[in-house]
Design a protein around this ligand. Structure first.
Ligand code: GUN
Ligand code: FE
Length: 431
């Protein structure tokens, strides 16, 4: 099937319209028109009978998954350096690897592997960090564009506390290069969009932050960064920005923290009360990256509190702080680690449910990309067809039970088809 965009899928349709509800239609019909969801129906209304119908009998059909935080250049060293804590890990693993993307031939090989893996996963949308290198980042965007996935990609900005070769030039020149990259990205790509990416506060001088804020306002771009991830990092930011009321306040000062600037902040493990309030008031999307937070000894984010406060939360793999590109894995990690947090907090906080985790991995994170992550009418048609027939059971299971097992036992589940905005992704390796 090509980008027909008017068609019907039939199968067992599952999505979460809100964080506490699995909507399930057994042997249902999911109608796509013009790249949007028309609706889910138990029987197919007559008015759609002329549309092509693709039967995925006894398969599960779910919204495409959203990865709200992933580092493309770090995919190459995933699973290494996992005994280090954040700052040492950056110095000894992440930065030396990212230096290599000055070499376009290396970048092509490494990004080819990343893009191929992302294409074959259940993820349909991702917010992606590149490196400081403009050429390599544009090449990454070109590769992603060809897959049909819809991604936000950032040329990383950093002009302090990084090794030689991995710092932007002095701020005005860095901003000029960043603006050039933004213009090229906006004109060359349709599905792959630029997102401003100050790496994190310790990496960016005030002048660089100020200029990025100006670029944000000039081009109306979204913003991605890291926030309150690790205790020693939070302490470092306090020393660097004694004037800021909170770590988040150091971004907010430059207009890089929600409000008019759609913003996703990864981690948010250690919010102060002031920062928690700022996240909520500014409608910042929290990208919860449970695996990375465990691997880099950062902690466990208070996800239940964020959800209960009505704060938007999505899931991120944070490869290669996380070693797995799977958002299904991020869902189960979110549930499991929240139970450990609840336990060690003497049950003063509640764990999150699988339904909430599924919601964060679809509709919660989808808010970064528009009306994404649900099968409610008007949503962009991102869908994944899962075949779980290898997961044998001695008795009958409900559709919800099958979905739960598919999330936990994903290694035995086959992704049969993937659609993004009504177009099928065929999973070929881009040239
Ligand atoms: N903080 C600044 N840079 C990074 C990064 O690459 N990964 C993680 N996990 N945290 C960061
Ligand atoms: Fe990260």
């Amino acid at each position: 099937m090509t980008g027909g965009e008017h068609f019907v899928l039939s199968g067992h349709i599952v999505y979460t319209p809100d964080k506490n509800t699995f909507s399930i239609t057994e042997n249902g019909y999911l109608v796509c028109e013009g790249g949007h969801v028309t609706g889910v129906f138990a029987t197919l209304p007559e008015r759609f009978s002329a549309l092509p119908l693709y039967r995925y009998t006894d398969c599960l059909i779910i919204p495409g998954l959203c990865d709200t935080h992933v580092h493309a250049p770090q995919y190459a060293f995933r699973g290494l350096g996992m005994d280090l804590e954040l700052i040492d890990w950056l110095d000894r693993r992440a930065f030396p690897q990212e230096l290599r993307y000055a070499d376009l031939a290396y970048a092509e090989r490494a990004y080819g592997q990343f893009v191929s893996a992302l294409t074959q996963s259940a993820t349909t949308r991702a917010a992606v960090f590149g490196t400081i290198h403009v050429s390599a980042t544009l090449r990454l965007m070109e590769m992603l564009e060809k897959t049909g996935l819809r991604c936000l990609v950032g040329k990383v900005n950093m002009d302090r506390n990084a090794p030689d070769g991995l710092r932007d030039p002095e701020p005005d020149e860095a901003l000029e290069q960043t603006e050039k990259w933004v213009k090229q990205a906006l004109s060359r790509f349709e599905r792959t969009r630029p997102i401003l990416t100050p790496r994190f506060v310790p990496s960016c001088t005030d002048r660089l932050m100020e200029g990025l804020g100006e670029l944000q306002r000039a081009y109306g771009l979204p913003v991605q960064s890291h926030l309150s991830e690790n205790v020693s990092e939070v302490e470092w930011v306090r020393e660097l920005c004694p004037w800021a009321e909170s770590y988040g306040g150091a971004y907010a000062r430059y207009g890089l923290f929600g409000g008019a600037a759609p913003t996703v902040m990864a981690h948010c493990v250690h919010p102060t009360d002031a920062e928690f309030d700022l996240i909520r008031r500014q409608d910042v999307l929290v990208s919860h990256c449970p695996a990375s937070n465990a691997n880099l000894s950062s902690g466990v984010a208070p996800v239940g509190r964020y959800l209960d406060a009505g704060i938007r939360v999505g899931l991120g793999t944070d490869v290669a702080g996380g070693f797995d590109l799977s958002i299904f894995r991020a869902m189960t990690d979110a549930v499991q680690f929240s139970k450990l947090r609840a336990h060690f907090m003497g049950m003063r906080e509640r764990p999150v449910t699988l339904c909430e985790a599924f919601y964060m991995g679809t509709k919660g994170g989808g808010t970064l990309f528009g009306k994404v992550g649900s099968f409610e009418p008007g949503y962009l048609f991102d869908a994944v067809v899962l075949n779980d027939h290898r997961l044998k059971a001695p008795g009958a299971l409900s559709i919800q039970e099958r979905l739960e097992r598919a999330v936990y036992l994903e290694k035995d589940v086959v992704i049969e088809h993937k659609f993004v905005q009504g177009s099928e992704i065929t999973g070929g390796v881009p040239e």
